[in-house]
Design a protein around this ligand. Structure first.
Ligand SMILES: Cc1cc2nc3c(=O)[nH]c(=O)nc-3n(C[C@H](O)[C@H](O)[C@H](O)COP(=O)(O)O)c2cc1C
Length: 185
């Protein structure tokens, strides 16, 4: 069976991007997010041209990538349904600031990544916003022996396109190990 020239269904982490726009925190939900480098650590988010959050990223050259847990599903969905162009979203989360002083972060989210703007790749349909990681904040109660614990984090995932939110289920295998003895038939 073929589905045509469309995006496939994929399980993606869903993040909430934060930026200060004209003095107020604004948050935008993004499922098209990825890590792009580890030294120095860089991440990228794909954003529509009209996102108010992108105006704030350009204004301050800083932003945040907040990783919501299952408990933040409704707040994250709200930030993806309503634009800051129409409604003030500064009260959706308890906001805190880190070392850049201008990247608003959502305290309720178990992981917050603070970034400085590295580059924006302007494309016809969407823009790719690249940031360099300045700091990562993790809720201590979600860690075990000083390491973020995936079972405690319960990070919110999203099944594209527009289907549902889910969180980690069954562990399948250990990465970088299970393939070591694999031999093609
Ligand atoms: C689950 C979900 C995923 C989304 N993913 C993206 C995305 O990857 N990129 C994007 O630009 N908008 C995405 N959106 C839409 C924006 O979050 C939405 O347009 C938002 O209102 C923009 O807010 P702002 O204008 O205040 O920045 C997503 C929305 C939802 C609900």
């Amino acid at each position: 069976m073929t589905l045509g020239r469309t995006l496939p269904m994929m399980g993606l982490p869903v993040v909430v991007v934060g930026a200060k726009v004209q003095g107020k925190a604004n948050f935008c939900t993004v499922a098209w997010a990825t890590m792009i480098d580890d030294e120095p650590p860089k991440m990228a988010v794909v954003m529509g041209k009209d996102r108010r959050t992108k105006d704030g990223i350009l204004e301050n050259k800083t932003f945040s990538i907040n990783l919501p847990g299952a408990e933040q599903a409704a707040a994250a969905d709200h930030c993806g349904l309503v634009s800051g162009h129409k409604e003030d979203k500064s009260g959706v989360f308890d906001v805190f600031f880190g070392k850049t002083l201008t990247a608003p972060m959502a305290r309720e989210c178990p992981v917050n990544v603070e970034l400085t703007l590295d580059d924006i790749i302007e494309r016809e349909g969407t823009d790719i916003v690249i940031g360099e990681v300045e700091e990562v904040y993790v809720d201590e109660s979600r860690m075990t022996n000083g390491v973020p614990d995936i079972d405690k984090l319960q990070l919110l995932m999203y099944l594209s396109s527009g289907a549902l939110y889910f969180t980690k289920g069954r562990t399948v295998a250990e990465a970088f190990k299970v393939g070591k003895d694999f031999r093609p038939k």
